[in-house]
Ligand binder design. Sequence first.
Ligand code: SF4
Length: 278
Amino acid sequence: MEIAPAPAPETVSLEAKSPFEMRVHLGEGVPETDVRTALKTGDLGFLHSFTTGSAVDGPGLRLVAWTTACMFRCQYCHNPDTWTLKNGIPVPLNRAIEEVQKYANGLISMRGGFTLSGGEPLMQDRFAARLFAAVKKMGVHTAIETNGWYGERLTDDEIRNIDLVILDMKAFTRAQHELVTGVAKAFANGVGVDWKEFFAGLDVRRVDLPTYAFQRQRYWSDLQAGTRTVKAFGNTDHPLINAVVELPDTGGVVLTGRLAVDTRVLSELPFHTPTASA
Ligand code: SF4
């Protein structure tokens, strides 16, 4: 099978078509020396994509930038295509700042903000620190999603530019981390683990993780293409009421009708003479 070459990074949209769009090899043309300089200065970042309108990556509606590179390989990772630095589009810092600036007013007015996620954003700590500083100056709420491993790479001043740290911490110590993730890996590969026994004596409890918004179910009406009338919301036999919509919270209903000059019922009303201005 022939594998198509990756498109040139400058032709790839910063925004992914969907959260499941696989993006790989997009930064492979960047020479190693430039990669090293980028990591040292933060002039260039490697980003999988931007997502607009996220409701699960911090308070309010978020603009999310997904960095590439992560030192972990969690079995439950949603974004394994962000594990490798060079899967990301090389994005100059200024371009990333401009991208956030485009949405700044909307994010502020909707009490949302900007989230840097990944991958592990602190694998590109200079880019992350400089981007947060610029976004903070815009007055936009800032958040980072991190596994915390490289927390010490940021200075206290740099951390002050981050309003919210969403920490996905695996364990308090390296040894504990290796034990927990190692056993979890064995479990994910089919080895039976007595979790009660494993956590005996520790102050831990099971928590339900948040699911996808609406669990991929649709909860709105199916509008057919080309539909122009309220009849799409449910026909009735009543001559004036075209649609009935049930209210899920109260059990009541909203009745909707459309009166216009060309409405047959209107023209048949004995007391009403329709005109063009009716
Ligand atoms: S730390 Fe996060 S990004 Fe990295 S592998 Fe684990 S879940 Fe994925």
